[in-house]
Design a protein around this ligand. Structure first.
Ligand code: ADP
Ligand code: MG
Length: 839
């Protein structure tokens, strides 16, 4: 094995025949072993090539047949996988590197005198075959003009035998499609030419249904790179595909005349797009792939040797695009580089997802075998050896058919729903609905949550996951509503000062309403209900946090009481003097009065005898007992709820009374039925003793017995009617009872809020305004609701039930009256309830 030394330009200097390795070159000892872990040195930095499933780009060299092959200079390795170049120093001096005369290039194969057939087999067959399995493939021909790139790629269009890679690839694709009846495979093609950094559609002359964008642009999206405006043609058979290819070739030639283009100075990219859907599986996955067949422009460096005008321009563009291609390839070969300069020119940009990446990549370097072309040949071989360093990670392009996916998911959904239904029926759960909830159902859950929080509902039954989630959601809704309500209630009643709003505080202090410690003037040691103060510059919308004026003593007693029942049991019925508590101030009163006060006396601060006492109805130093306060509440803010409550109760009592009457009647009827039955039995036994007689098959009975039978029949009918009435009444009673409970609870809840607001606001406010506070105004224990006593109305109704004012005759009269009245009341109450619920 020969030791090889990498020359700076990428070739290999053969060591054997020549002097020992120079010291500097020793650093660059390098062996090309594609799949082994390799250590390379570059600028004294060590790095490693990953040993993985990555694949090297395959680089082949095709030598153009010539009668004048430079046997002396060009030699192939024994395995036909390397080319050695040897130059006689004296003869070529000055043309190539003055020092170097030997190079060795390792390749994947040298194609010398190879038929088009062999070239295709060696170079393209596998790439095309894998494309049908979803791998992208790129085959590129590189080399100087006339070296045979076009011959390799397209071949002789007039001679079938000499057809190139392109037509053969199309043939292979369609043959493979035929072999795969299980898949619906579509083939599309496009043909792009890049000339002087401009894009040309070589198939633009064909009818095409699709967006035609001019000028064409290269667009990148998550799916890859595509050329906007380039026509992509669906082909269902080989022949159509060939027609497209020939059309493109013809256009290429025509353009070279009409547009004065030199066809060897342009890059051509023929792309075959494959998309395969399974016919048998309802799989939503499908595969796509793209085969790029690239015929690059001549790589000779024309610019060097005094070209001018059009030629110079072309040369500049070609030099640029090919050197950008080379740069991109060097970057791709360097695994430490994470940025690849693809966007420097149209060629690399258009091929961004076809160079390296997940593609199978093959390079065919076309060279002359003539000694005269050695300089360009060396340059081409260097390019090939660089390309060989590039690794790719071929991967299948799998995509999802959204429409099929939706269909499959829908099927799955139906199946799962059926599964659920079976589960439910096995678990004796009937009529569980798993559909998304509508507004009414959500409102019902909201009401359940409210009742649960209030204590009127012991537990919320679990129905399904959706319902559980909605319950949690409604908890959040109710909580935030309650927080807002508390704050609004406080704001309605009090002007709050933000403790951090120094301007507001100082304004209040200036007005003499608060001392420096935040205590209200006139309240020694800061005791008293200080929050009724109106700061003149208090900003609305800011959360108030003042707590200094809170009376500690009171607070503790308030806490104790607040924690217990608002109204103790039967206390409600106890009549208590109303003089203990005057109604609390109405909204805005405090502020208005304070302002009025300022108007009348600008200089004098308000009297030290607690300005509040003059400004608002006096607040007692200790809050009134709850029963007393409750009486006031019922006359004041709770009057409407109280009225509804009472009305509901009177309806309830009336129903109860009727139910008891009906029961009495039923009992009386039952007694009579029993008596009649007895009498009838007696008559029957009498008849039997006296001997029966028949007439024409009919039993003959006497009149008395006949009347008894009629009576019994009548009684039974009455019994049934009354019994039905009673059942209806019981249902009504149950319903009314529910309404009464609800009203009672609401009354107490509202009272609780009112009571706390009226007498304990400082502390409540502190709690309420803390973010994330768990305050739930109006919450009272269930036991309290249950133990709430009946009021006077109750007693009166009970009295009515036992004693009628004007004897039994008045029953129907009163009944009718009460009925009419209560029907109206009932309707009114229901409307009222609905309104309050809506609120
Ligand atoms: P390029 O595209 O690289 O400029 P072409 O493919 O046009 O070169 O080749 C130039 C000429 O050489 C063409 O006439 C072509 O038929 C001929 N030629 C190139 N390679 C071969 C080959 N392997 N066998 C036969 N003729 C070839
Ligand atoms: Mg060509």
């Amino acid at each position: 094995m020969l030791g090889t030394v990498l020359d700076i330009d990428g070739g290999f200097k053969r060591e054997k025949r020549h002097s020992p390795i120079p010291q500097a070159a020793c650093n660059l000892i390098w062996e090309l072993k594609p799949t082994q872990m390799m250590r390379r040195k570059n600028n004294n930095k060590h790095y490693f090539t990953r040993m993985s499933t990555r694949k090297k780009v395959h680089a082949f060299v095709r030598v153009r047949p010539t009668d004048d092959f430079a046997h002396e200079v060009i030699r192939y390795g024994d395995d036909n996988k390397s080319i050695d170049i040897h130059l006689k120093k004296d003869t070529r001096r000055g043309v190539v590197n003055n020092q170097q005369t030997d190079w060795s290039f390792k390749l994947d194969g040298v194609l010398h005198d190879a038929s088009q057939d062999l070239v295709y087999e060696t170079v393209a067959k596998d790439v095309i075959s894998q494309a049908l399995d979803g791998y992208n493939g790129t085959i590129m021909c590189y080399g100087q003009t006339g070296a045979g790139k076009t011959y390799t790629m397209t071949g002789a269009t007039e001679n079938y035998k000499h057809r190139g890679i392109l037509p053969r690839a199309l043939q292979q694709v369609f043959r493979m499609i035929e072999e795969r009846p299980t898949h619906a495979i579509t083939v599309r093609v496009s043909y792009l030419e890049i000339y002087n950094e401009s894009l040309f559609d070589l198939l633009s002359t064909l009818p095409y249904v699709g967006p035609s964008v001019t000028p064409m642009t290269i667009v990148e999206n998550p799916q890859g790179v595509f050329i906007k405006g380039l026509s992509v043609h669906l082909t269902s058979q080989e022949e159509d595909a060939f027609s497209l290819l020939f059309e493109g070739e013809t256009n290429r030639i025509i353009a070279s005349h009409t547009m004065n283009k030199n066809s060897s100075r342009s890059h051509c990219i023929f792309t075959i797009y494959v998309e395969a859907h399974s016919r048998t599986l309802s799989d939503e996955k499908y595969i796509t792939s793209k085969i790029n067949l690239v015929d690059l422009a001549g790589s000779e460096r024309l610019g060097k040797s005094g070209s001018e005008g059009r030629v110079l321009k072309e040369a500049t563009y070609i030099n640029k695009s090919l050197s950008f291609l080379e740069q991109a390839i060097i970057a791709l070969g360097d695994q430490k580089r994470d940025h690849i300069p693809f966007r420097q020119c149209k060629l690399t940009h258009a091929l961004k997802d076809s160079l390296g990446g997940n593609c199978n990549m093959v390079l065919v370097t076309n060279i002359y075998g003539d000694a005269a072309q050695l300089e360009e040949t060396l340059s081409s071989l260097r390019f090939a050896s660089r390309m060989k360093l590039v690794t790719t990670e071929p991967a299948i392009n799998e995509k999802y058919d959204a429409e099929r996916m939706v269909k499959n998911l829908e099927k799955e959904l139906v199946l799962l729903k059926q599964e659920l239904a079976i589960h439910d029926s096995l678990a004796n759960r009937s009529l569980v609905n798993y559909d998304p909830m509508d507004e009414i159902q959500i409102a019902e859950i909201n009401s359940q949550v409210r009742r649960y929080l209030e204590g009127t509902l012991d537990e919320i039954d679990i129905i399904n996951l959706r319902q559980i989630q909605e319950v949690f959601n409604q908890f959040r809704v109710v909580l935030s509503q309650q927080e807002q309500e508390v704050e609004c209630a406080l704001r309605r009643k009090y002007t709050l000062i933000d403790k951090n709003d120094f301007a507001a505080i100082s304004a209040v202090q200036k007005a003499g309403l608060m001392d420096v410690d935040g205590h209200l003037v006139g309240e020694p040691d800061g005791q008293g209900f200080g929050l009724g103060v109106a700061p003149f510059s208090a900003k609305p919308g800011k959360k108030a946090k003042s707590k200094k004026t809170f009376k500690e003593q009171l607070s503790s007693s308030a806490r104790k009481e607040g924690a217990s029942s608002p109204v103790g049991g039967k206390d409600l019925d106890v009549s208590i003097s109303k003089t203990q508590l005057t109604p609390s101030s109405k909204d805005g009163d405090v502020k208005d009065m304070l302002l009025r006060d300022r108007e009348t006396s600008n200089i004098e601060p308000p009297s030290l005898d607690s300005p509040k006492e003059e400004l608002r109805p006096p607040r007692p130093s200790t809050p009134p007992s709850k029963p007393v306060a409750f009486e006031d509440f019922k006359n004041e803010r709770g009057s409407e709820i109280n009225r509804i409550f009472k009305e509901n109760k009177s309806i309830l009592n009336e129903r109860r009374k009727r139910a008891s009457e009906t029961t009495q009647r039923i009992n009386a009827i039952k007694q009579e039925i029993d008596m009649t039955k007895e009498a009838l039995n007696f008559q029957k036994s009498l008849r039997e003793k006296q001997g029966e007689y028949e007439n024409q098959g009919l039993m003959i009975i006497d009149e008395e017995e006949f009347l008894l039978i009629l009576k019994l029949k009548d009684l039974k009918k009455q019994y049934r009617t009354e019994y039905q009435d009673l059942r209806d009444l019981r249902a009504e009673i149950q319903y009314c009872q529910h309404l009464v409970d609800q009203c009672r609870h609401r009354l107490l809840t509202e009272f609780d809020i009112w009571y706390n607001e009226s007498f304990f606001i400082p502390e409540d406010m502190q709690v309420a305004l803390k973010p994330g506070s768990s305050i739930r105004p109006g919450m009272i224990p269930v036991s309290r609701i249950m133990s709430l006593g009946e009021d006077d109305q109750d007693k009166f109704s009970q009295l009515q039930q036992t004693m009628l004012p004007e004897g039994p005759d008045s029953i129907s009269f009163y009944n009718a009256k009460v009925k009419t009245e209560q029907k109206h009341k009932y309707l009114k109450t229901m409307m009222g309830l609905q309104q309050t619920q809506r609120k």
